[in-house]
Write a protein that binds this ligand. Structure first.
Ligand code: P70
Length: 463
C-alpha cells in the first residue's frame, strides 16, 4: 500500500481500551432475511444481526472508568439521593440554569415543558422540527412553525451556522399570530435534522433580544449543545480562545430553560433533564414530574444513572475529547467527499448525512429513497444507519398528508468513544459499494404505518 506523507499532524483518541465487546459478522444471506423480516426498517432489526451500529449516538456511548466507578456510588434512596444533588450542582456549573428536574430521557422533559407552556391553538417556532419535540408540542395542542434559515434545507450550502434562526421568519410569525399565541421559541443546538448543524452565538443573542422585545420565552434543546459550543469555538469570530465550557454557559445564558437528552453529550446510556430559571415554572414542573416520571429527585432514573450523567458533564467539555469526537465524524465525511458521494455539507457534529435524494435520484420521494438506502447499506455490510427523510417527517396533523421535507437523508451516526478509525474505513467502503450499485436499488412501499412517530415501527416492502 502506498502511503502519502501527512500534511498535518493527526489527533488520536484520548483514551485506551480497557473492556471490549465482540462484534458479530453475518452473511449477506442472513442479512437479507433479517432486513426483510424487519420490514426494511433498521429500527426493527435485532442488534445481534448488526455489525457496526451507526443507528444513533443516543445512549450508545462508552462510559469512562471514572463514570463506571461512580455507578457503584449510586445512592438508591427513593428521596433525596446524593447523586441528585451532585447532578444538580454540576448542571448549575456547566449549563448555568437554576433548577433541575431529572427525567428518564429527553422526551420526558419535552413532555413536561410542552404540557406546562403550550395551550391549544398556540404556535411554537423552532429551528427545524425534531420528531419527538414536535410530537409533544402537537399533543399539547400547538403547531410547530419552521423558522430556520433557508440554507439549512440545502445540503450543498456551506453556511458555517446552518442551525441559525431566520429572524425575519420569526418576526413575521409574531406579527401574524401575535406574541400571546407563542409560548416560547424552541431553539436546538446543534440541529439534528439539518445534519448536526450549529447555531452561532450571535444568532442566539439576536433571538433572545427579539423574544425579549415581545415577552416570549426561549427554550433550548441542549441535547448536543456541547458539540455546538465546540463549533462556535472553531468557527465564530472572538471565540477561538474561549473554553468550550465557557461558550456552553454563555449559550445557555441566552435562554430561559432547557430540555436535555443526557444520552448524547453526557456520555451515558440513559437519562435526561429539564433545567429552568423561573421559580414558578420550576415549581409546576417539579409537581408534574411526579405524575409521569417519578419523584423530583430521581425523575425515572436510578441514583447511579444520575451519578454517571454528573461525571459525564465533567468529561464532555474536555478539548482532547471533543477534537477526537468531531474529528472522527469529519474523518468519515471527508472520506466520502473524496469519493464524490453526496453528503450534507458542512459535515455535522454527531453524524454524516447521506443525500439519498441525489444518490437514488431514480426513486421518487413517495417511494422512500432514504429508507431504501439505509436498508441497502445494511444488506451490503451489516452497518446499521437511519432514515431521516419523508418517513421521519410524518404527516401533517391537520391535513393528514405526508410532509415532504427538502432533506431526504440517511444518517450515519457515530456513538461517542465506541468505534475506531478502522470501523470508519469499513463503513465508508460499504457506502461506496452501495453508491456504485445505486442504479439497481428499488423503492419501497409502506405496508404498516403506526399512528405516532411512524419511522420507529413502520414496515415496508420492495416495489
Ligand atoms: C437520536 C435520538 C433524541 C433527541 C434529539 C434532540 C435534538 C430530543 C431528543 C429526544 C433518539 C431518536 C429520537 C427520535 C427519532 C430517532 C432517534 N434523539 N432532542 O437518535 O431525546 O431520545 O432522550 O428522548 O436528538 O437522534 P430522547
Amino acid at each position: 500500500m502506498k502511503h502519502t506523507k501527512p500534511t498535518r499532524r493527526s489527533w488520536a483518541e484520548p483514551f485506551k481500551i480497557k473492556v471490549v465487546e465482540p462484534l458479530r459478522t453475518t452473511t449477506r444471506q442472513h442479512r437479507m432475511k433479517a432486513i426483510k423480516e424487519a420490514g426494511y426498517n433498521t429500527f426493527l432489526l435485532r442488534s445481534e444481526d448488526v455489525y457496526i451500529d451507526l443507528l444513533t449516538d443516543s445512549g450508545t456511548n462508552a462510559m469512562s472508568d471514572y463514570q463506571w466507578a461512580g455507578m457503584m456510588l449510586g445512592d438508591e434512596a427513593y428521596a433525596g439521593s446524593r447523586n441528585f444533588y451532585y447532578l444538580e450542582s454540576n448542571m448549575r456549573k456547566f449549563y448555568g440554569y437554576k433548577y433541575l428536574v431529572p427525567t428518564h430521557q429527553g422526551r420526558g422533559a419535552e413532555h413536561i415543558i410542552s404540557q406546562l407552556l403550550i395551550k391549544p391553538g398556540d404556535f411554537i417556532p423552532g429551528n427545524m422540527y425534531f420528531t419527538t419535540t414536535r410530537e409533544h408540542q402537537e399533543r399539547a395542542g400547538g403547531t410547530f412553525v419552521d423558522i430556520i434559515i433557508d440554507e439549512a434545507h440545502d445540503p450543498e450550502s456551506l453556511h458555517p451556522f446552518k442551525g441559525n434562526v431566520d429572524l425575519q421568519k420569526l418576526e413575521a410569525l409574531i406579527k401574524k399570530v401575535g406574541a400571546k399565541k407563542i409560548p416560547y421559541v424552541s431553539v436546538a443546538a446543534t440541529v439534528n435534522m439539518a445534519g448536526g448543524q450549529p447555531i452561532s452565538m450571535e444568532n442566539m443573542r439576536a433571538v433572545r433580544k427579539l423574544a425579549d422585545k415581545h415577552g416570549i420565552r426561549v427554550i433550548l434543546d441542549a441535547t448536543r449543545a456541547v458539540e455546538n459550543a465546540y463549533f462556535i469555538k472553531l468557527r465564530e469570530k472572538g471565540y477561538a480562545r474561549k473554553s468550550v465550557a465557557a461558550i456552553l454557559k454563555e449559550l445557555c445564558s441566552c435562554t430561559d430553560a432547557a430540555t436535555m437528552s443526557g444520552k448524547k453529550d453526557l456520555l451515558v446510556n440513559i437519562g435526561g433533564f429539564l433545567a429552568i430559571n423561573d421559580a414558578k415554572l420550576y415549581d409546576e414542573a417539579r409537581n408534574m414530574v411526579v405524575v409521569f416520571e417519578g419523584l423530583h429527585t430521581y425523575g425515572g432514573l436510578a441514583g447511579r444513572d444520575m451519578e454517571a450523567m454528573a461525571r459525564g458533564m465533567e468529561e464532555m467539555v474536555k478539548a482532547d475529547y471533543l477534537r477526537a469526537r468531531i474529528g472522527q465524524v469529519e474523518y468519515l465525511g471527508e472520506k466520502l467527499l473524496d469519493w464524490s458521494i453526496p453528503i450534507v455539507k458542512p459535515i455535522g457534529g454527531h453524524a454524516v448525512f447521506l443525500d439519498a435524494k441525489k444518490i437514488l435520484e431514480h426513486i421518487p420521494q413517495d417511494r422512500f429513497p432514504a429508507q431504501a438506502l439505509a436498508a441497502e447499506i445494511y444488506l451490503d455490510s451489516g452497518v446499521r444507519t437511519m432514515e431521516r427523510g419523508i418517513v421521519s417527517a410524518g404527516r401533517d396533523s391537520a391535513t393528514g398528508a405526508h410532509h415532504h421535507p427538502s432533506l431526504e437523508l440517511v444518517r450515519v451516526t457515530i456513538p461517542r468513544r465506541v468505534y475506531t478509525q478502522a470501523h470508519m474505513d469499513v463503513t465508508a467502503e460499504s457506502i461506496l459499494a452501495v453508491y456504485e450499485n445505486r442504479k439497481k436499488v428499488r423503492g419501497l412501499k409502506m405496508v404498516y404505518e403506526p399512528k405516532y412517530l411512524r419511522f420507529f415501527q413502520a414496515q415496508f416492502e420492495k416495489i
